[in-house]
Design a protein around this ligand. Structure first.
Ligand code: 9D3
Length: 225
């Protein structure tokens, strides 16, 4: 998978993605990351990429020209699925992560200020994605969230040890509580069944705990089941 990110803050994307599992995946060639600062493509002599909105209103908008020229420079006009991170997008979820993980290449466009001139969005954007109903300062963190979720679905990115995890979360329930050594910590004992060695009972307990926890914390996840 190749990710290309168009952003005014490429160092934020580079730093975030060169951490932990994504760092290893880039080093091992399972992921490729390119960032492009579209400020480098502005034709404004002061390096500006923003201007006032026609019709008035608060804040500034990113102009179409630098975004389009940066996009053409990184894609060469090829047809590439291009994701605009925006509060007006469809809310990202695990199904969308799976769908996007099928692509060989994705471009991410991160906005700042109050948004981007609609005309360039019409030209290049194929998918509008939000990461949830709260207000961020820009699209960068959202793009990292989406890339991180996609990355762990790419074959080879997770070690075999981690990949079993994938299946257990994706049954649509929250995970059961987990414990490691010591057996007693601050007078709290590990649930007896986990020490029993009785694998069928352990499996049954974990399923019960998953269901209980989901009912308590995320009843909305049970609506579709
Ligand atoms: C005044 C109207 N604002 C919309 C609520 C304008 C605005 C605020 C903040 C426009 C963009 C942003 C920056 N946010 C993102 O770029 C963003 C985002 C978000 O704020 N929440 C959830 N997902 C995303 S994806 C990109």
């Amino acid at each position: 998978m190749k990710f290309t990110v168009l952003t005014l803050f490429p160092e934020f994307i580079e730093n975030s993605m060169h951490t932990s599992i994504c760092k290893r995946a880039i080093e091992n060639g399972y992921l490729e990351l390119e960032t492009c600062n579209f400020r480098e493509y502005t034709e404004n002599k002061n390096g500006r990429v923003d201007d006032y909105p026609y019709g008035g209103g608060a804040g500034m908008l990113i102009q179409a020209q630098p975004v389009y020229d940066a996009y053409m420079a990184v894609t060469g006009g090829r047809k590439v699925r291009t994701i605009y991170l925006t509060p007006q997008g469809e809310v990202f979820n695990q199904a969308k992560a799976h769908e996007l993980a099928e692509e060989e290449e994705l471009v991410f466009l991160c906005g700042h200020y109050e948004g981007i001139d609609e005309r360039v969005l019409e030209e290049i954007v194929t998918d509008n994605i939000s990461i949830g109903d709260y207000v961020l300062t820009g699209g960068e963190i959202a793009s990292v969230v989406v890339m991180d979720a996609i990355s762990r679905l790419i074959p080879g990115v997770l070690g075999n040890h981690d990949s079993a995890d994938t299946e257990s979360f994706e049954n649509g329930l929250l995970e059961y509580p987990q414990y490691t050594r010591p057996e007693i910590w601050r007078d709290k004992k590990v649930p007896e069944v986990l020490l029993s060695g009785h694998h069928a009972n352990i499996e049954k307990w974990r399923q019960e705990q998953s269901l209980l926890r989901t009912k308590e914390r995320r009843p909305d996840l049970l609506d579709g089941q």
